[in-house]
Every structure is written in structure tokens, then in C-alpha cells.
Write a new protein. Structure first.
Length: 164
């Protein structure tokens, strides 16, 4: 595995300012409680997002703002994440504190949860924001396109898990 390198911490504003942003939306027939249970899980992440190979929480339960975890990714890469927003049944967001991936200055994900259809359905808006550096910045439009294609497919997986 590559050496961990620090990435810059972010605030919620980063989801509007990063040079690479991709957004995907999912509606699932499940409760916000079930969605939060899966977001606080470990195995479920690897079932809906194939790029995640292993999720290890390094903070004790119950998870909340300031919780941390290490995620092992495809290709032998890994990231150490800090959940800087945790509003139960409303929003969960993390940024990467350290990672083994080069060409990235900052990386964060935001999950906004809304109840719809009288609370029988949830809508989750997933935003991935990355500050890409170096030559990788030249490929941002192509990267965004592929991220959105993959994320849509992954959220289809997630929806099936939530509704089963």
C-alpha cells in the first residue's frame, strides 16, 4: 500500500467550490432510520459501492460528528475519513484527512436525507467534491461524466439493499 499523505480539511462550503463535483440522487422506500443505520454500517458500503473493499470505523459507537473511519479502496488505495457533519436523519458528511491517492488536495462526500411521501420514502442527495491538482485537473469534465454514471448505478444497488 502507498504511504498516507495529509489532505486539506474542508467546510460545508467545499461542496459548492471544489473543482470536481458530482451529484447523484436516489429515492428509496425505507425509513430515514434504516438509511442512517446503513450509513453508520460497514459492510453495506462495500455492497452498494464496489470501489470500497473494506470499511473500518476507528471511533467508538454511537457514531456522530467527529467519528472517523478508514476505507480500503480498489487498487490498494486507502483513505482516512472524518465525519464533520452528522445530523441524524438529515445529513452526514465527511472529508478525507489522509489518503494514498495522488493528485487530490481535498476530498469530501455529503449525504442529504429528506423524507417524502408522508415519510414512507427517503430521498438522498449524494455529493462528491474533490479538489483535483496537477494534470488530473485537465480531465475534470470526463471524470465528472464517469463519476455520475457510476454513482447512478451504485445508488441503484443501494436502493435495492434499502428496499429488501
Amino acid at each position: 500500500m502507498s504511504t498516507f499523505k495529509p489532505l486539506k480539511p474542508v467546510t460545508e462550503e467545499f461542496f459548492k467550490t471544489a473543482n470536481l463535483r458530482a451529484i447523484a440522487v436516489m429515492e428509496a422506500d425505507c425509513t430515514p432510520e434504516k438509511l442512517m443505520e446503513t450509513l453508520a454500517g460497514d459492510v453495506v458500503w462495500t455492497q452498494w459501492a464496489p470501489a470500497l473493499k473494506k470499511v473500518e470505523w476507528t471511533s467508538p459507537k454511537p457514531y456522530g460528528q467527529g467519528a472517523k473511519r478508514t476505507v480500503h479502496l480498489a487498487g490498494g488505495q486507502a483513505v482516512k475519513e472524518n465525519f464533520f457533519i452528522w445530523k441524524d436523519k438529515e445529513q452526514v458528511a465527511f472529508y478525507v484527512e489522509e489518503g494514498t491517492i495522488s493528485g487530490i488536495e481535498s476530498f469530501a462526500e455529503n449525504y442529504i436525507i429528506e423524507q417524502i411521501n408522508g415519510g414512507r420514502t427517503v430521498r438522498m442527495t449524494w455529493t462528491v467534491a474533490i479538489q483535483v491538482t496537477g494534470i488530473g485537473a485537465l480531465f475534470i469534465p470526463v471524470s465528472r461524466f464517469f463519476m455520475e454514471v457510476f454513482f447512478k448505478r451504485w445508488l441503484g444497488n443501494y436502493k435495492r439493499i434499502l428496499e429488501s
